[in-house]
Write a protein that binds this ligand. Structure first.
Ligand code: ADP
Ligand code: MG
Length: 283
């Protein structure tokens, strides 16, 4: 099997899953090339499968990335599949989870042209299409004016915006990514992100602290609902990450679903998680 492992310019060495996944794939007899998604010299048709990994700069290049998905999917097996990736690009999918009865944080979508409205107390402003906390920020009641400017700036760039109350548990305990390979639950981790206050991340991603974590059955059940919904709509994801937080009543809810280029927390997962990923990628 020949596999294209997709990264982006300038991120080589930052993907901490690579030192686990690449040797394991090669040991399993998979011929892996690390390729840059917008390198014009890559022959995508020469791969049996192309797997989106550290293609972390796509939110800044959506106009090229979306057509690229279809071009690659036309000549090889892109994973995750293009329709699933397109659905996952935009956090409006949270409204669909909500409609399906899956818990999400209280969320207001502000479309370009909408007048910004903010909840009482502290809140978060983030773009509907985004990754790595870029262009996301928290605000207090005293910085509503800068929050309004933030929304105006995102709207000016044509972006839809999400506003959510700042969940206290995220500040205190962080979030919990749950990983599924081939639709089967693999492992979880605990992740803390240093989200800027009234300012935004200018680099590739906000600083993160990650450690191993054992998810409880209630968390696994919520994450599984998400993977089941995705599977029903688009087929089984080869890899899926569901980032859970706790709402102000302590109940798990879905902060985001990552089906495009999530870090897979292989350094924090049990050793067998690498084998589960390899199996899903070879399937
Ligand atoms: N409602 C919220 N309450 C508290 N923190 C939040 C909230 N929304 C986002 N954050 C923080 O901002 C970070 C980035 O938001 P997220 O929704 O994960 O977007 P992305 O990772 O796609 O940039 C999260 O990791 C979390 O630390
Ligand atoms: Mg996130």
């Amino acid at each position: 099997m020949k596999l294209g492992w997709v990264t982006a310019t300038g991120v080589q060495g930052y993907d901490v899953d690579e030192p686990f996944a690449l040797p394991a794939l090669r040991d399993a007899g998979v011929d892996v090339d690390v390729v840059i998604w917008d390198d014009p010299d890559v022959r995508w048709e020469s791969y049996d499968r192309v797997v989106l990994r550290s293609a972390w700069d796509y939110p800044e290049h959506l106009d090229r990335f979306v057509p690229w998905l279809d071009r690659v999917a036309a000549v090889t097996d892109l994973c995750n599949p293009a329709p699933m990736v397109r659905w996952n690009l935009d956090k409006h999918y949270l409204a669909e989870l909500d409609e399906a009865g899956i818990p999400i944080p209280p969320t207001t979508f502000l479309e370009p042209g909408d007048i910004p409205v903010f909840p009482d107390g502290e809140f978060v402003v983030k773009p509907a299409v985004g990754a790595g906390s870029r262009n996301a920020s928290s605000y207090g009641p005293e910085d509503r004016e800068s929050a309004r400017e933030h929304v105006t700036r995102l709207h000016g760039a044509g972006a839809s915006v999400l506003v959510q109350p700042l969940l206290k548990s995220v500040v205190a305990d962080g979030e919990w990514p749950l990983l599924f390979f081939g639709g089967v639950y693999s492992h979880a981790a605990s992740k803390r992100v240093a989200l800027p206050r009234a300012g935004t991340v200018e680099y590739l991603f906000a600083e993160e602290t990650n450690v191993a974590y054992t998810a409880d059955p209630e968390q696994i059940a919520v994450a599984r609902q998400v993977v089941d919904l995705v599977t029903e709509r688009f087929g089984t994801p080869v890899y899926a990450r569901v980032d859970l937080v706790r709402d102000d009543d302590g109940k798990p809810c879905v902060l985001e679903v990552e089906l495009i280029e999530p870090s897979l927390f292989l350094p924090e997962g049990p050793p067998e998680s690498v084998g589960k990923l390899v199996k899903a990628l070879r399937n």
